[in-house]
Design a protein around this ligand. Structure first.
Ligand code: ADP
Length: 596
């Protein structure tokens, strides 16, 4: 690099020096020649006047001698002519051989009485001369000076200028070498800095102390490198923190790029899979589960959080997958091992089912004996009251065990549903027929408002009847003041949920399923205050415990309804406001089967 800079600097210096030398030489020579010319002219004028004076006054020497002496003294050719122009004497030629000079410009002026001057090529020698003539009585004298003499005189000047230029060029050469070496060294530091940064070494610095332009560039590059290094350290620290966090997680995490290749996986993920995912390898190389792959693809392509359940990612284990889109494309999936939770859930459900089952027989027996005693001959009112209390509580416990058993069966999936195509009208009228009279006994009227009379759903008729039964019984128990209960159906406008597990218990307007039918039971009773609404579907959750118990409630009706709906792939929710009645809504998938 240094030699390249050196050559460039040299060329620039060379051009500058050459141009300067030529210009200088030309200008100086011009000025010099002009001055010399003027000097000679002035000199000749004086000398020709003195020559004229001597010709007129020196009577001791012959005209030829005077002419020769004056010519020598002036360093010029001297000539004397008579008024007719005939040459009388000449310092360099024989006058008799010379032609008449009367018409020469300088002589014309001199013969008319003034100093004559001319510059032209000599007829005799053929080189340019400067001629100066002066009048004398009886003719004129002239001195002629050859102009090439001027060039001869200024040759040393040209040589001096050339020498000067050569010296200047030598100095320039030296300066170019020093400057190029200095500049080259500084630029080389910038280049090696750039190479180190390009190779990933962000600690590289130029550390220039100079404040010229190169120094400023170096300082700016140093500042940039420092900032990049700081940012890099910050990013690396947060990446390390994130990595540590993700590696310490119980859940497996995997990030997949938009091209379907694995970008990152935490330790748990590597342990979960039989074949650890290789970075930058296609995800399908390590995971083949179609539900998992579909969830990742849906999240990445449709930009939505997607859930899936898999039992083939790791053999013998149930994995819950939640895939979320990444901002730059691709998706990140969190895999939660539900095996243990499900096992504990099952143990809990089995325990409840077993306890309920074991309680069934003694409870039936208590109920039977109490009723026998009450039907018998006991007349003591106190004893009858006690027996009545025992009968009531035994009945309550019996209902509770039945509800617990039902819930356990539905929750565990043991309960098999007979899913068939059934019209909304049939479902609503089944409920209406079963409860019209019961409602009247409570002083209430049942109404049907079917906005989707032609719609059909896929559902187990008995199970849906059970849900209507729970909801209507609740309305009768808690909203008798409303005097009216409306059973209805309408087409669901579509929801955002992607799986039944997102079934909501809150009064969210999006708690319906796409392309489904939404049924509802509306009452005009006291309503439920908003803080209770989201929890209504939890088991044993009751707004007013005493009232529920008194009316024979178990606190399980809505929980059972919720699990039946989940098993149908639907959703259930409640809308209520204090003093404005309550509406319980559940949606079911519309039937796509051909009508029989
Ligand atoms: P319960 O056996 O207590 O009726 P549910 O699960 O059926 O249990 O209902 C849970 C609670 O929700 C009830 O205890 C009651 O407080 C409230 N609830 C249910 N339906 C209504 C309604 N239509 N109006 C007011 N409150 C209701």
């Amino acid at each position: 690099m240094r030699s390249r800079i050196f050559v460039k600097l040299m060329l620039v210096f060379l051009v500058v020096i050459a141009v300067t030398a030529v210009t200088l030489q030309w200008t100086v020579r011009n000025v010099w020649q002009h001055t010399l010319h003027e000097q000679i002219e002035r000199d000749l004028r004086q000398k020709v006047v003195m020559f004229a004076y001597r010709v007129e006054n020196d009577h001791q020497h012959s005209l030829a001698d005077i002419t020769s002496q004056e010519g020598q003294a002036a360093g010029a050719r001297a000539t004397v002519i008579d008024p007719t122009g005939r040459v009388l004497a000449d310092s360099e030629a024989d006058p008799s051989t010379m032609e008449n000079h009367a018409r020469r410009k300088e002589f014309v002026a001199a013969l008319s009485g003034s100093i004559g001057l001319d510059e032209r090529d000599s007829h005799t020698v053929g080189i340019p001369f400067i001629y100066v003539a002066a009048p004398i009585s009886g003719g004129a004298v002239r001195l002629a000076y050859p102009l090439p003499e001027i060039e001869i005189t200024d040759r040393p000047l040209g040589e001096a200028l050339l020498r000067g230029s050569l010296i200047a060029f030598g100095i320039a050469l030296l300066l170019a070498a020093v400057t190029s070496q200095y500049l080259g060294r500084r630029l080389k530091r910038i280049v090696s800095f750039a190479e180190r940064v390009a190779a990933g070494d962000l600690t590289a610095r130029i550390a220039s102390t100079s404040i010229d332009e190169v120094g400023q560039v170096a300082a700016a590059l140093d500042r940039t490198a420092r900032r990049v290094e700081e940012n890099f350290v910050r990013v690396q620290t947060s990446q390390n923190e994130l990595e540590t966090l993700l590696n310490s997680m119980q859940d497996a995490v995997i990030a997949v790029g938009a091209d379907g290749r694995v970008q990152w996986a935490n330790r748990r993920m590597n342990r979960l899979l039989l074949r650890s995912p290789r970075l930058n390898a296609p995800l399908i190389d390590s995971v083949r589960d179609p539900d998992f792959l579909a969830a990742i693809q849906k999240a990445a392509n449709d930009n939505v959080v997607t859930s899936a359940r898999s039992s083939t990612i790791a053999s013998g284990r149930t994995i819950d997958v939640t895939a979320a889109p990444m901002p730059g494309g691709g998706a990140v999936a969190v895999l939660r091992d539900l095996t243990e939770t499900e096992r504990m859930e099952k143990t809990r459900r089995d325990f409840i089912a077993n306890v309920s089952h074991e309680l069934r027989t003694p409870l039936t027996s208590i109920q039977g004996y109490t009723e026998t005693l009450l039907d018998g001959s006991i007349t003591d009112n106190h004893v009858r009251d006690f027996l009545e209390i025992i009968r009531k509580n035994a009945a309550r416990m019996s209902r509770l065990t039945e509800d617990l058993l039902t819930l356990a069966r539905v929750e565990s999936g043991e309960q098999r549903f007979d899913i068939q195509r059934v019209s909304t009208d049939e479902l609503l009228h089944d409920a209406l027929e079963s409860f019209r009279e019961v409602a009247r006994s409570y002083g209430m009227e049942l109404q049907v408002d079917n906005a989707a009379p032609d719609a059909h759903v896929d559902a187990d008729r008995e199970a849906i009847h059970q849900i209507f039964s729970n909801l209507i019984e609740n309305a009768l128990k808690y909203a008798a003041s409303g005097k009216e209960i409306v059973l209805g159906a309408r087409l669901a406008s579509g929801g955002t949920a992607t799986s039944a597990s997102t079934t909501g218990t809150a009064s969210s307007p999006s708690g319906t399923i796409a392309n489904g039918v939404e049924f509802y039971v509306r009452d005009f009773g006291p309503g439920i205050s908003s803080e209770h609404v989201p929890r209504l579907f939890e088991r044993f959750y009751r707004v007013d415990k005493a009232r529920s118990r008194e009316s024979g409630g178990t606190g399980l009706g809505l929980a059972i309804a919720k699990h039946i709906i989940i098993a149908h792939g639907g959703m259930i929710r409640a809308e209520s406001e204090l003093n404005h009645g309550s509406t319980f809504l559940f949606s079911l998938p519309a039937s796509h089967a051909e009508s029989a």
